[in-house]
Design a protein. Structure first.
Length: 388
């Protein structure tokens, strides 16, 4: 009898909790602004960030000063401007005029080919080429420098071999070994493929953390929290009922992001989607736990949003999304170890691009679940104290 009564009590609580969760889920989707935030915002953010956040530099406006004006100098310029990295802007006669174009922002690169360029090649020596780059944007300047070096070196190897073959020179010094780099996992160096796993984590941080914090504070503002207190719902059931819909929303957003990333950016999914969703669920626990904590220190939705954004900024900067963690100062690197977004992005990139399995990611997944349950436990304790 006692076992039967216990089972009946558990069954009633389960049904009550299920109805409460469904009610919260429907209430979330009843709000047109919430529907837009859940469905339209992640897709919009994916498209905007996917196209806008790029490490590739294309169509760099370039000024040319060709003092030699020979077949070799013209051939080099033709090779450079046949790529999509550089676009010919103007040919000028002196550095002063070229510098003015850089200062106005009309050009970013000056190519200066000196007199005797062709004569140097025919003597069997490597020619000199001066490249002046606008360094105000340091990261893109480094990338542009790498592009131009790669193009010129490949052109020089081709020209030097041709000179030897045609017996135009007696000897040309070439490297003994030629490297042929092969890029794994992202052979076309598409920055969108590298960025989208990070964008996914970024969107989940924004949607789940903010929505959880604002969803709970909204109940206080509208007075519905007091109405819930008079119902037989327990604090644990209240927390589950308030947070579970946002877990489902997060999983829905991830599914939409993957589908649209495949369609728009041809994102490869080389690993297991089941493993990725396991990773995502652990990450969502952390974000929702932080969202609950934010709601306990905020009295209004505006306060909740501002507090959440105060937390989000260091999350993004210390995650490896924009900047390599290894290149950060040591104190900043230490802070990344308590950032759940770091582990999510690291494993998401491995699953999508490398196709690695559980053996490569079990530590990150375990850390996310430990973080998630710890943050949820601390946040729910604070929330229960607030309720009492």
């Amino acid at each position: 009898m006692l076992k039967g009564a216990g089972f009946l009590s558990f069954y009633k609580e389960f049904i009550f909790l299920f109805i409460f969760v469904v009610k919260e889920f429907l209430q979330t989707f009843r709000d047109a602004r919430m529907r837009a935030m859940i469905i339209i915002a992640p897709i919009f953010q994916l498209i905007i960030f996917g196209f806008a956040i790029s490490t590739e530099i294309v169509r760099t406006r370039t000024v040319v000063i060709d003092r030699d004006n020979t077949s070799y100098s013209r051939n080099l310029l033709s090779t450079i401007f046949s790529t999509h990295e550089f676009v010919f802007l103007k040919k000028v006669q002196d550095l002063k005029e070229a510098k003015r174009l850089i200062e106005k922002g009309e050009a970013r690169v000056i190519l200066y080919i000196p007199y005797g360029f062709e004569r140097t090649i025919k003597r069997g020596s490597a020619p000199e080429l001066m490249v002046l780059i606008d360094g105000t944007e340091s990261n893109s300047a480094i990338t542009i420098n790498g592009y131009i070096n790669n193009i010129v070196n490949r052109w020089w190897q081709k020209i030097a071999k041709k000179e030897i073959f045609d017996f135009k020179v007696s000897a040309i010094v070439l490297p003994n070994v030629e490297s042929e780099p092969r890029l794994w996992y992202n052979p076309e160096l598409k920055s969108s493929h590298f960025m989208i796993p990070g964008i996914t984590g970024f969107i989940l941080v924004i949607t789940t953390m903010i929505m959880t914090a604002m969803g709970i504070t909204r109940e206080y503002e509208t007075g519905t929290m007091e109405q819930i207190f008079v119902t037989p719902v327990k604090p644990v059931e209240l927390i589950i009922g308030k947070t579970l819909p946002f877990v489902l929303v997060g999983l829905l957003d991830v599914t939409l992001i993957i589908v649209f990333a495949r369609i728009i950016f041809a994102l490869p999914v080389r690993g297991s989607l089941a493993l990725f969703f396991l990773l995502t669920f652990g990450f969502l626990l952390s974000m929702i736990g932080i969202g609950i904590f934010v709601s306990t220190i905020s009295k209004t939705q505006e306060q909740a949003m501002l507090t959440a954004f105060f937390i989000i900024l260091p999350f993004i900067l210390l995650s490896g999304f924009f900047f390599s963690i290894r290149s950060m100062p040591l104190p900043a690197q230490l802070f990344t170890y308590i950032n759940p977004l770091r582990y999510f992005i690291e494993s998401a990139r491995g699953i999508f691009l490398k196709g690695t399995g559980i053996s490569a990611h079990w530590k990150n997944i375990l850390i996310l679940y430990i973080f998630g349950f710890a943050i949820l436990l601390l946040s729910t304790k604070r929330f229960r104290k607030q309720l009492s």
